[in-house]
Design a protein around this ligand. Structure first.
Ligand code: PLP
Length: 363
């Protein structure tokens, strides 16, 4: 018998299903003027300051980027009041997750995630051949932190939690989070994914960056893909004690974030007004979306993010197809084990109104 080309974990891996590009969908359906509410992107676009930085960086791309991301790490450090040596930059926060798994998950170890947690965790773990323990939520998708702690054993290398979570939009309260970070066994590297931190407005919400005293082995991940509107450039970062960052830097490829991405991220961080406007527009958009859904009689999960998980009257895949024909692209979430739901990003008020009108036509 010859050696198999790939291991079983690769053979059975179902790749991440990204939304199709708008142009391709329009060509397939013969429509135009569609709106995309599928990937939780900032509907206001990037900060004008970031666009300016991108343009001016463009003429320097014959040079390799700064492999140590010195200026960007210092800008992030100022922003979150952390030492620059406790920061690692990635080609999107997805890459930070991948580097972490390659660094901390040894063969034979296991990792703990939650049902309906961000799907990237289990894909990265499966690709690495790491056993994944997925813990059920309650019927309103609250992650069961006690059960996640109980699932850890001596062989557990990592645990992943998104707060707020995608695709549910749910969050863990500050007190509960602190108790959890304290309770997870010391040897486990906990990843706290805060991709939507800027949108979280509940008084009960707190970033894990304020709880770094609760445990050593903590990696907090953030991204420039969401509120900063730089998803297309791929840049995110992780915050962890210097020892963890040093290990991750051994695994990281030297030029993993591009020169243009670094320049744009620095400029985006500096434009607090754009962030403020984006939050404001998200709050207004969420109200319009929630009111429209209530009028339709479609259930949704209260959200601390820029999207809503919406229960559909017919299978989510059918609603997705019908909305597509109306020129509104949302995200089906059957791949998350949620066949009766869709995820709808909060667009501009005008886009949200278009979604509601289309949903009324197809309901
Ligand atoms: C969008 C998202 C990210 C961001 O990924 P990038 O690679 O930085 O674009 C990370 N985690 C969650 C939960 C997300 O929804």
């Amino acid at each position: 018998m010859s050696r198999p080309l790939v291991t079983e974990n690769i053979e059975t891996l179902k790749p991440y299903k990204a939304g199709k590009p708008i142009e391709e969908l329009e060509r397939e359906l013969g429509i135009s003027g569609s709106i995309k509410l599928a990937s939780n992107e900032n509907p206001l676009g990037p900060s004008p300051a970031a666009v300016e930085a991108i343009v001016s960086a463009a003429s320097g791309v014959n040079f390799y980027p700064d492999a140590g991301t010195f200026r960007l790490r210092h800008a992030i450090a100022d922003h979150v009041s952390i030492d620059p040596d406790e920061i690692i930059v990635g080609n999107g926060s997805n890459e930070v997750l991948t580097i972490a798994v390659r660094t901390f998950c040894e063969p034979g170890s296991n990792a703990v995630v939650s049902d309906y947690g961000f799907i990237a965790y289990r894909l990265i773990l499966q690709a690495a051949g790491i056993e994944t323990r997925s813990i059920p939520t309650d019927d309103r998708f609250a992650q069961d932190l006690d059960a996640m702690v109980a699932a850890c054993d001596d062989a557990t290398s990592m645990l992943f939690l998104a707060n707020p979570n995608n695709p549910t939009g749910t969050h863990v309260g500050a007190e509960e989070l602190r108790a959890f970070l304290t309770a997870v066994p010391e040897h486990v590297v906990v990843v706290l994914d805060e991709a939507y931190v800027e949108y979280a407005r509940d008084t009960d919400y707190a970033s894990a960056l304020a709880m770094r005293d609760a445990r050593e082995n903590l990696l907090v991940c953030r991204t420039f893909s969401k509120i900063y509107g730089l998803a297309g450039l791929r840049v995110g970062f992780g915050v962890a004690p210097q020892e963890l960052i040093d290990f991750m830097n051994r695994v990281r490829e030297p030029f993993n974030s591009s020169l243009v991405a670094q320049a744009a991220a620095i400029a985006a961080l500096g434009d607090r007004e754009h962030v403020r406007r984006s939050v404001e527009q998200n709050e207004a958009g969420r109200e319009v979306l929630e009111a429209g859904l209530r009028a339709l009689g479609w259930d949704f999960v209260p959200s601390q993010t820029n999207f809503l998980l919406v229960r559909t009257p017919r299978p989510g895949g059918q609603i997705y197809d019908a909305l597509l024909r109306e020129g509104v692209i949302v995200r089906p979430v059957a791949g998350y084990g949620l066949p009766d739901w869709i995820r709808v990003s909060i667009g501009t008020t005008e886009q949200t109104e278009r979604f509601i009108a289309a949903a009324n036509r197809i309901a």
